[in-house]
Every structure is written in structure tokens, then in C-alpha cells.
Design a protein around this ligand. Structure first.
Ligand code: GTP
Ligand code: MG
Length: 304
């Protein structure tokens, strides 16, 4: 049996090996993606994003339980590399460890290693791989800080934005650009004071935004004891139904394909964009100011 067949049959080591190849963008990884891509498109991709420590992993853990009753579930946890939150990585693993014995659930932590561009590139490929080998639900957890991670989150079918009670949390989220990308909003840690105010604040801010055919619901949860997490799962499935019934899903996935193709082109061009020996002559002319850098770039791109 080939590695791909073994992965399709649910063998974890084969899945892990394929993911590494795809993550590293090796020739074999590319071939694997080419092989599985036609079978993909059936997975529902849910992105979970929000501030560090807002309870994303605890919520993901709850969502795994809900989703695994229906289909095979894969989780990609994009580890925060920040030293301030680094300790939480271990916490993620411990919490999610409950599921390691469940053959229907596969969890992968993707190390960030301060290499955000690479991670932003690699995550959609890993999602496409997991989709193509038959996972029906893919949950992607990312910290909602920084453009690259917000891009990762916003390429999901359903984007869940996690906030907490507390003054100004929704303002922070607005500044980070999270209000525009959320399809479902969660005020988690509702066992703390101020949850109702946070919901009111958030709804007011959402009302200020552009009118959309889907009005993002706001769900309150206590992830640690499971309160509200069923309602969150329902909100995600409602959003899915909305996208499917209105035809918006096709549009959204088309936009995603455009972004992915463009990102892949940029990555390849970037790799070739360093000045090789051939360009020394051009460089010399720029230094001598007989050619400007922009015209020089035009000439070089033309020869690529
Ligand atoms: N009181 C309370 N604590 C919670 C709740 N949900 C999560 N926590 C706690 O908040 C802390 C952070 O939870 P995580 O699920 O690791 O949060 P995260 O957003 O995944 O964190 P990072 O991945 O580090 O950004 C943990 O100590 C959780 O037990 C909640 O609803 N109420
Ligand atoms: Mg986490």
C-alpha cells in the first residue's frame, strides 16, 4: 500500500509523514498534493482565532467532541512562538491528549519557529492534504495577531473569532481586523464578570460594519465546563448551511483558490528573486546610477 493509501486508511504515522513532506514543500510533498487534490473539497474547514489565552484550544477540544460524532476530524494548532505564550503549547497538547486514542481524530501542532510567512504558506497545503485524504472536518487554531495569521484564519469556510469579557476586548479585536473576518463570534470565559457587556459591545460594533447576507451570531461560552459549546457547534453548522444554500460557498472557495494560486506564485518568485551571478551586471549599472532599481527589476522579471 502506498503512503497515501495508508494515510487514507487512517494510519497516523503515514499521515504525519505526508504532512511533514507537504509542510517542507518537498518534491514528494508536491506529488502527494497533486495526487489527493481531486478527491478533496468535501471537508469543512473551520478557523478558530482570537487573542492569546482566550480559550481557543479549550473550545477546539469541545468542538472535536461535537464533530467527531459525525465525521473524521483533523486539528491543526498553529503554535504561538511568542515566549509569553510559549508555555501554553504544552497545555494544548495535554488538553487535546484526551483524543489521541480516538481513531476518528487527528491532531497536529504546527511549529511557528518565528517563521510566519512559511507557516502561512504551509497551512493551506496541509489543509488541502487532510481534505484530500478524507477528513470531513478540519479545525485550524491560530492566534489572531498579525496579518499572516489572520490570513490563515480567514481562508477557512467558517471563521470563529474568540473574545473574552473585559473592557476593550472587542476594540482590540476590531483593531486587529478580526471583526471583518468573523462568521461566528464567541464570548468565552462567560463565567467571568462583564460577559453581557462584551456581547452588547460586540453586537454594536458588528452593526456598524457593512450589511452582509449572513449576520454573524454571538455565542457565549464557558469552554472549561462546556456551557454554550453546543450552541457554538450549531452556529457553525448554520453558517455552513447558509453558505451551501446561497451558493456563497462556491464564491468563497473560488476566492480562496485565487489567493492560494497567487500566494504560490509569490513564493516561487521570491525564491528566484535573489540576485544571481547573471544579475551582477545589472547591479553594477544600478550602483553606477545608469539604471534605476525599478527598471532593473523589470528587466530581470522579464527574463525569468
Ligand atoms: N475561567 C475560564 N477559564 C477558561 C475558559 N476557557 C479557557 N479557560 C482557561 O484559559 C486558559 C487558556 O486557555 P487555552 O484554551 O489554552 O487558550 P488559547 O486561546 O488556546 O491559548 P493560546 O493557544 O496560548 O493562544 C487556560 O488556563 C484555560 O483553562 C473559560 O470559559 N473560563
Ligand atoms: Mg491554544
Amino acid at each position: 500500500m502506498s503512503l497515501i493509501d495508508q494515510a487514507r486508511a487512517g494510519d497516523r504515522r503515514s499521515i504525519a509523514r505526508l504532512i511533514s513532506r507537504v509542510e517542507d514543500d518537498t518534491e514528494e510533498g508536491r506529488r502527494a498534493l497533486t495526487a489527493v487534490y481531486p478527491a478533496g473539497g468535501a471537508a469543512w474547514v473551520t478557523g478558530i482565532t482570537g487573542a492569546p489565552g482566550s480559550g481557543k484550544s479549550t473550545l477546539v477540544d469541545r468542538l472535536i467532541r461535537a464533530a467527531a460524532a459525525e465525521t473524521a476530524v483533523a486539528v491543526i494548532a498553529v503554535d504561538p512562538s511568542s515566549p509569553f505564550t510559549g508555555g501554553a503549547v504544552l497545555g494544548d497538547r495535554i488538553r487535546m491528549q484526551d483524543h489521541t486514542g480516538d481513531p476518528n481524530v487527528y491532531i497536529r501542532s504546527m511549529a511557528n519557529r518565528g517563521h510566519l510567512g512559511g507557516l502561512a504558506d504551509a497551512t493551506p497545503r496541509v489543509v488541502a492534504l487532510l481534505d484530500g485524504i478524507g477528513f470531513g472536518e478540519i479545525l485550524v487554531e491560530t492566534v489572531g495577531v498579525g496579518q499572516a495569521e489572520i490570513d490563515v484564519a480567514s481562508s477557512a469556510d467558517t471563521v470563529v473569532v474568540v473574545l473574552n469579557p473585559g473592557w476593550g476586548d472587542s476594540i482590540q479585536a476590531a483593531k486587529a481586523g478580526l471583526l471583518e473576518i468573523g462568521d461566528v463570534f464567541v464570548v468565552n470565559k462567560a463565567d467571568r464578570r462583564g460577559a453581557d457587556d462584551a456581547v452588547t459591545d460586540l453586537m454594536r460594533m458588528l452593526d456598524l460594519g457593512p450589511e452582509r447576507s449572513w449576520r454573524p451570531p454571538v455565542v457565549t461560552t464557558v469552554a472549561t465546563d462546556g456551557t454554550g459549546t453546543e450552541a457554538l457547534w450549531s452556529a457553525i453548522t448554520d453558517h455552513r448551511r447558509h453558505l451551501e444554500e446561497t451558493g456563497t460557498l462556491r464564491e468563497r472557495r473560488r476566492d480562496r483558490a485565487v489567493r492560494e494560486i497567487e500566494a504560490a506564485i509569490r513564493t516561487r518568485l521570491r525564491r528566484r528573486a535573489s540576485l544571481g551571478d547573471a544579475s551582477n551586471e545589472v547591479l553594477a549599472r544600478v550602483v553606477a546610477r545608469t539604471v534605476d532599481p525599478w527598471a532593473a527589476a523589470g528587466t530581470i522579471v522579464h527574463t525569468l
